[in-house]
Design a protein around this ligand. Structure first.
Ligand SMILES: *[C@@H]1O[C@H](CO)[C@@H](O)[C@H](O)[C@H]1NC(C)=O
Ligand SMILES: *[C@@H]1O[C@H](CO)[C@@H](O)[C@H](O)[C@H]1NC(C)=O
Ligand SMILES: *[C@@H]1O[C@H](CO)[C@@H](O)[C@H](O)[C@H]1NC(C)=O
Ligand SMILES: *[C@@H]1O[C@H](CO)[C@@H](O)[C@H](O)[C@H]1NC(C)=O
Ligand SMILES: [Cu+2]
Length: 162
């Protein structure tokens, strides 16, 4: 079983990922928590329709609330319609435009647990070219994408085996 999971993870990491939409772990290794600058995290990324955001956090301490621009600026958490709280929330970016996410726990939003991104139309060329030897930027992204897909594959297996 483990070897099958491993093979599927390798398949996603090496074959499927470079041609598929990007998979972003918000905050990368830090995840979704206090003390991370998510503006900085998003600054060097271009998000496209079809890409996926994954918020990983301790669900006893945090959550993810999708809000509009004005609630984002004010850190207003009264509209809880878009609340996610699994600790492992996966969001597929379905439409272009700005998306705002905050943590609705206590004053975490004002302390910086807030993320705004601008999703671009998928259209045009592949957002991430295949890594070129010697191009550290591209291979870094590719490694990160592969890591994301491996996690996705392992998550699927966790669900199947559970
Ligand atoms: C977060 O990073 C952005 C961009 O690098 C910077 O402009 C901003 O001041 C930082 N915010 C905090 C609270 O450090
Ligand atoms: C944002 O959402 C709040 C409710 O959460 C609403 O009262 C407000 O009018 C909305 N603002 C805009 C600009 O859509
Ligand atoms: C509350 O949030 C939901 C989802 O984000 C949105 O569709 C709805 O319009 C908001 N409610 C108000 C009163 O703005
Ligand atoms: C989002 O990015 C697109 C280009 O990808 C740009 O045309 C648009 O004006 C941006 N929207 C906002 C609200 O910044
Ligand atoms: Cu929080």
């Amino acid at each position: 079983m483990a070897s099958k999971a491993f093979l599927i993870a390798v398949f996603f990491a090496t074959v499927a990922a470079p041609t598929m939409a990007a998979y972003y772990m918000v905050g990368e290794n830090d995840g979704w928590k206090l003390g991370v600058n998510y503006t900085q995290w998003a600054a060097d990324k271009t998000f496209y329709v079809g890409d996926t955001l994954m918020f990983m956090y301790d669900k006893a301490s945090h959550n993810v609330l999708k809000v509009n621009g004005s609630d984002f600026q004010k850190c207003l958490t009264s509209n809880t319609t878009g609340l996610l709280s699994s600790g492992n929330d996966v969001i597929t970016l379905a439409k272009p435009g700005k998306k705002w996410y905050i943590c609705a726990v206590e004053d975490h939003c004002t302390k910086g647990m807030k993320l705004v991104i601008n999703v671009s139309e998928a259209a045009a060329a592949s957002p991430l070219p295949p890594p070129k030897p010697g191009s550290s930027g591209a291979s870094k992204i590719s490694t990160f994408k592969s890591f994301g897909w491996m996690l996705a594959a392992l998550t699927v297996f966790k669900i199947i085996l559970a």
